[in-house]
Design a protein around this ligand. Structure first.
Ligand code: ADP
Ligand code: MG
Length: 629
């Protein structure tokens, strides 16, 4: 039954636009509503910001998005991707797949995860905040105004800890996250299904890292999520991985000793993805992977049919969650009125066919499946800004919430798939005579014993008067707000003593921690930039020194085909002087001096470089290929 809820509505004083953000495992996007039309804010390199970050050894962010993705090939251990998989998780949760990542995960206190880059350790929240900051900057550059408020989407399966982590990442990026919205819900909004006739809708979201299926009901323009299901470890990445394994096994057939380095793995991963994407429109392709370091040029033909044979079992894994979601929603495929496709992986013909088969109708695919969620988030943002008034959103709790009762049993207070916001009160009694305190342990999950579920919070209600067992009555109230954040309240009815906690999950950050990190990131920004400049200056200097030394060596050994007459015109002594000067400076930390002497050496080597160019050009024209020069 749909609930009546008050929309936060009117913007009460704060100015500026509210943007909608799809913070994806693979790709992120930012969108806004312009005169009633939702639009993706594109950068120079297109609509998608790959959720990838490159960092240097000293904690400076070197690249985010497409440029970071480029660097992933050569700086695998400094490039972080798929961070969303780590959000709100413990080290134990992710240990088994850490081998598939090219960056290093280390355990921290209380089972938390840190990502090590160079000498620095990062939380998944910090790394996500770098992606959000990039989206914020993109929006600010485009809208030409500060952007400080956002709606961010998360997979329907995200638990409380993961939602908290996402909000925290927003705060670190300087964004006030007004609402966390389930991705499938946003997608339904993007298709404007609220404006259509009443009906039941399935949203099938198959992205790079996650699969979500939601069944929504729309009545009088009101959305209600009837059920959600999915798999947080299923996506296009799994198909890429299978293709990679195929390619690697075939390369190993040619070179049995081949074990790929992180950089090579990254290169193969890229080719695998390009192949997959290419095949879904072209049908057949030629795969080429050159590994000159080990003298291998791998080349083969691949057809869509072959890819589908490899991908079939991955794609098939989306079937059961769909069936479960229908069952939970108490509907059958025939009851559905619409089916919506979301996520880049739904561009595969085989995926569309499977969806058609499961839900017995052709799915909607008019919008770009990668952009749908961000567009919906923008529409939701517009609703919060008070611009769009005729949409109401309701979500459900993805997992059951309850407390521990005697014997370690789980007593569910709010069952999974309950429409939120919601408030439920249950009454419990004391177990022992004269019991003056009650410990309230809050858990999330579907299992009967709490030790199989996830512990969210604990607190003690003290000061209960000594009474016989069962006489004291403790009312426990669970309140979930529209963001899915839980507040637990306990009250003893005789005395009226009460206690309340907002559930701060163990993998989230406390407010103080966030404030501290925010402060540090601001305070350390100038130091970070200075450190990066120094590293860059030194690295560039070493590169130029190496190149110059090499050429001077060749010159000494007469290996350069430059005529004696030309050589006479070149002032080799001044090159050597400049070389020594830069070499000395490069050992110091004097950045302006290094930069100055770098330029001086470049100037000194100019005539020599010019002659070398001419010489190799001449050789090229006498029958050599460009690669051989
Ligand atoms: P996420 O929501 O996980 O960030 P996206 O919705 O952006 O992911 O989808 C990314 C996935 O979609 C990647 O695995 C990418 O390879 C895949 N993808 C994009 N285009 C195609 C295509 N034409 N065919 C198959 N897969 C595609
Ligand atoms: Mg997505």
């Amino acid at each position: 039954m749909p609930l009546e809820i008050q929309l936060p509505g009117q913007t009460n004083g704060s100015t500026g636009r509210i943007v909608g953000i799809d913070l994806g495992t693979t790709n992120s996007l930012v969108a806004y509503v312009d005169h009633g039309v939702a639009k993706i804010i594109e950068g120079a390199d297109g609509p998608l910001v790959p959720s990838v970050v490159t960092l240097d050894d000293y904690g400076a962010v070197m690249a985010v998005g497409n440029s970071a993705r480029e660097r992933a090939m050569v700086e695998a251990s400094h490039t972080v991707y798929s961070v969303k998989r780590l959000m709100g998780k413990s080290f134990q949760d992710v240990k088994k797949e850490s081998g598939m990542l090219s960056y290093r995960l280390v355990p921290a206190d209380e089972g938390l995860i840190r990502i090590q880059i160079g000498t620095k350790l990062y939380t998944p929240i910090e790394l996500s905040s770098f992606v959000l900051l990039e989206l914020k900057k993109r929006a600010e550059a485009y809208l030409e105004e500060p952007v400080t408020r956002a709606v961010i989407t998360v997979p329907a399966y995200f638990n409380d800890a993961q939602r908290h982590a996402t909000k925290d990442a927003g705060r670190l990026a300087g964004l006030d996250v007004l609402r966390i919205v389930n991705e499938p819900t946003a997608a339904a909004l993007a298709y404007g299904l609220d404006r259509k006739n009443d009906g039941t809708v399935a949203v099938y979201d198959f992205g790079g890292g996650t699969f979500d299926i939601s069944i929504l009901k729309i009545k009088n323009g009101i959305f209600e999520v009837l059920s959600t299901n999915g798999d947080t470890y299923l996506g296009g990445d799994d198909i890429d991985r299978r293709l990679m394994e195929l390619f690697i096994s075939q390369i190993q057939h040619m070179a049995p000793a081949f074990t790929p380095t992180p950089e090579q793995l990254q290169k193969i991963r890229r080719v695998a993805e390009q192949t997959k994407v290419g095949l879904s429109s072209a049908g057949h392709m030629v795969v080429e992977i050159n590994l000159p370091e080990i003298g291998i040029a791998y080349r083969r033909n691949i057809t869509l049919q072959e890819l589908e044979r490899i991908a079939k079992s991955v794609i098939e894994r989306t079937r059961k969650p769909c069936e479960d979601a229908l069952r939970d929603a108490k509907v059958t495929a025939e009851d559905l009125d619409e089916v919506v496709l979301v996520g880049g992986s739904t561009r595969m013909p085989m995926v569309k066919a499977l969806v058609h088969e499961i839900f017995e109708r052709a799915p909607h695919d008019e919008l770009n499946p990668e952009e749908t969620v961000a567009l919906g988030a923008a529409i939701q943002a517009d609703v919060l800004a008070g611009q769009t008034k005729d949409v109401l959103l309701l979500d459900v709790t993805p997992l059951s919430l309850g407390i521990e009762t005697m014997g370690g049993m789980m007593s569910t207070i709010i069952p999974r798939n309950t429409t939120i916001p919601t408030k439920v009160t249950e009454t419990y009694t004391t177990f022992a005579d004269n019991q003056t305190g009650v410990e309230v342990n809050v858990f999330q999950g579907e299992r009967d014993f709490v030790h199989d579920n996830r512990h969210l919070a604990s607190f003690t209600l003290k000061g209960i008067p000594p009474l016989p067992a069962g006489a004291a009555k403790v009312e426990v109230t669970f309140l979930i707000d529209a963001d899915g954040i839980l507040q637990v309240h306990a009250r003893e009815t005789h005395t009226g003593i009460e206690q309340e906690v907002e559930v701060k999950p163990s993998n989230g950050l406390t407010d103080e921690e966030i404030e501290r990190m925010l402060r540090e990131s601001i305070e350390q920004a100038p130091a970070d930039i200075a450190a990066r400049r120094m590293v860059e200056a030194k690295t560039e200097a070493q590169r130029l020194l190496g190149a110059t030394e090499k050429v001077l060596g060749q010159l000494r050994r007469g290996q350069l085909s430059i005529s004696a007459a030309k050589l006479k015109q070149i002032d080799v002594a001044s090159v050597i002087d400049a070389l020594y000067a830069l070499r000395r400076a490069a050992n110091s930390n004097d950045v302006p001096e290094i930069v100055k002497l770098h330029e001086a050496l470049e100037r000194a080597t100019e005539p020599l470089a010019h002659e070398i160019m001419n010489a190799s050009l001449a050789e090229a024209l006498t029958g050599k290929t460009v690669e051989q020069v």
